[in-house]
Design a protein around this ligand. Structure first.
Ligand SMILES: [Zn+2]
Ligand SMILES: [Zn+2]
Length: 347
């Protein structure tokens, strides 16, 4: 079968290879992958950026995927062949105090499918049945692959919600998680302004406009000016340290900031400014099982439409999908292995 493999620690050493199809061990299932997204952490991982030294290539990448169960290993009782499922990307041990608190994504022994072990950028993938989420009938498996980034937005925006009806909300960073967070803030009654760079205008900010949101290009117009008032809530999804610093200055007294991005840089932080404004500053990392279920429910009832974000690529063209993502010309590249091609040959 075909798999997109990061071959070594050399930056950008990744290609589609023929590999042996995996077999499920006890407690595991084998999925035929229907769709697998590529996200920012994949771009960092393939480039062997700082923070990804722990990877042990060769490894098949891909952690945002959905598919159909085609084989179950010994001891799997709650998942059947034919089930339509989405994978949880960050997988806790489910046994430690952190996992028992419900925050499996913070587990000290967590692993990530597609980084720690072979993932879903392939015709087939094997993973533990306990890290699967059932996909509702009305959600296509392609859209279900977007449940992973949507679940991250759900945790940032809806888990302990900060956005109320009529609130002015800024979302900095119009990548998939920023756009999905903006949509959830809008569903919560917020008047939303999404900010981005000039390069984001044609694709990413256009999606925000189509969803009825305001947009602003950083350096051209302040979001507070676009909204006509100081923001009540700011969701920082860009990963640019100046954006977080700007949020602390711009949010109204008593307002809130949710940080859902990861940063390559540090920055000086004058806490007194935030104290005197009595800001709520909250950090949100990835997601756990309840947020996946909620994400799939939002896709099922039409509250969130994943379609505008998706750029489809065949599995054989996975490398082109990475290049399009590096160039910023794709929003959410989605690898769609074509059944009857690689996967059927392999079985
Ligand atoms: Zn991801
Ligand atoms: Zn744990």
């Amino acid at each position: 079968m075909r798999a997109f493999v990061k071959g070594s620690s050399e930056p950008l050493d990744g290609a589609v290879r023929q590999v042996d199809p995996p077999r499920p061990g006890p407690g595991e299932v084998r999925l035929q992958v229907a769709a697998c997204g590529i996200c920012g952490s994949d771009l960092h991982a393939l480039r062997s950026d700082p923070g990804f030294e722990w990877l042990a290539p060769p490894v098949t990448m891909g952690h945002e995927f959905a598919g159909t169960v085609v084989e179950v290993g010994d001891g799997v009782v709650d998942v059947e062949v034919g089930a339509r499922v989405a994978a949880m990307s960050i997988q806790g041990c489910l046994d430690c105090a952190v996992c028992r608190r419900g925050t499996t994504q913070l587990c000290p022994s967590r692993v990530v499918v597609g980084l720690s072990y072979d993932g879903g950028l392939a015709d087939e993938v094997v993973l533990p049945a306990r890290h699967l989420v059932a996909v509702p009938e009305t959600v296509t498996l392609e859209h279900a692959a977007v449940a992973e980034p949507l679940s991250v937005a759900v945790r940032a925006v809806l888990h302990e919600p900060l956005v109320g009806p009529g609130d002015a909300v800024v979302v900095s960073g119009p990548g998939p998680i920023g756009l999905l967070s903006a949509r959830l803030a809008q569903l919560g009654g917020g008047e939303v302004c999404v900010t981005g760079s000039p390069a984001d205008v044609d694709r990413r900010l256009a999606i925000a406009s189509r969803w009825g949101m305001h947009t602003a290009v950083v350096g051209e117009r302040e979001p507070a000016e676009v909204l006509g008032r100081e923001p009540d809530v700011w969701v920082e999804a860009s990963g640019a340290a100046p954006a977080l610093r700007g949020a602390i200055s711009a949010v109204r007294r008593g307002g809130a900031i949710v940080v859902v991005a990861l940063y390559a840089d540090t920055f000086p932080f004058f806490a007194t400014e935030a104290v005197r404004k009595e800001l709520t500053l909250r950090f949100s990392y990835a997601s756990a099982h309840p947020e996946y279920v909620q994400a799939l429910a939002l896709l099922a009832d039409g509250s969130v439409d994943a379609a505008p974000l998706i750029d489809r690529f065949d599995l054989s063209d996975a490398r082109d999908a990475f290049d399009a993502a590096y160039a910023g010309s794709a929003v959410k590249p989605l690898i769609v292995p074509s059944p009857g091609d690689g996967s059927k040959q392999a079985s």
